[in-house]
Design a protein around this ligand. Sequence first.
Ligand SMILES: Nc1ncnc2c1ncn2[C@@H]1O[C@H](COP(=O)(O)OP(=O)(O)OP(=O)(O)O)[C@@H](O)[C@H]1O
Length: 324
Amino acid sequence: MSDLLTLDNVSKRFSKHIDLAGRLAQKLGAKVSAETVHAVDGVSLGIAAGEVVGLVGESGCGKSTLGRVAAGIHAPSDGEVLWKGAPLEAEAKARLRIQMVFQDPMSSINPRHRIDRVIGEAPVFHGQISAGEKDAFVADLLERVGLDPAYRQRYPHQFSGGQRQRIAIARALAVRPELIVCDEAVSALDVSVQAQVLNLFMDLREEFGLTYLFISHDLGVVEHIADRVVIMYLGRVVESAPVADLYREPLHPYAQALLAEVPRLTTGKRRYTPVKGEIPSPLHPPSGCHFHPRCPLADDQCRAERPALRKVAAGRTVACHKVA
Ligand SMILES: Nc1ncnc2c1ncn2[C@@H]1O[C@H](COP(=O)(O)OP(=O)(O)OP(=O)(O)O)[C@@H](O)[C@H]1O
């Protein structure tokens, strides 16, 4: 199966501007330089057409940044993003084929626009439908995401959180995407609403032949929706595996720790137990394997050498010196 989207050795760095204390120190003669945040560090990842890839890891590990690079919102600092084998940045049309759905729909929906404009504006702008077709088009999309088409003259604040997320999904669908990057798309919703929206994502996958990159800190949610799970730690992929294999037998020590206590969607338990110890700063990532300061198996090799992401079984890759 050839990839719809390929990330080839992609890195994304941000320069952290010198803060007030730093500027003061500079004035007093100290040497202070702008620091670099290594948000994504050499990630290679292919997403096949029709696949649902779950991207998980603790807060700050670079999931959102990777999602934005995949969607063409951030240009990578290094490496390449390919859409059907061609560079994404050169393909304006391809960028429309990748849409994002965020955690908080209100941050991406203009609160002063009625729903028919929120959903119908982009496809008219891009010439995908005529202005005359807009009304019927929006009504149809609202129905497909489980909302009453009669609501299309309402404003975003007149809807519940779950309904607003359905509106955000309809807006993403309006420009006929092939890949949707969902960034914590159900994290802010109550558990019962979360299950409904997850089911909607799965129904739409069938109906529109969609592919998803599904970013979540919640392994319970990912287990429910993904075919394959990619685990990130401090900007790097540490393990990638089919969902059933990973949950049955995680191989990377970080994956094992993360999965030790997974909150299950069905229990309604929202607690998430992070791995012991702090995630180190992406300003000063540890040498060798980024996980070594928290890893029970770490030795000198782990402190010195970055482990390559290796194939260990069909569909399974792990970046760990200790995994045979
Ligand atoms: N625009 C930016 N400018 C500077 N630093 C950034 C920017 N965006 C992200 N970062 C930094 O990059 C690192 C990775 O952030 P990112 O949001 O991708 O992680 P995440 O895993 O999605 O975490 P969360 O779930 O908390 O959003 C963090 O240290 C973050 O502070």
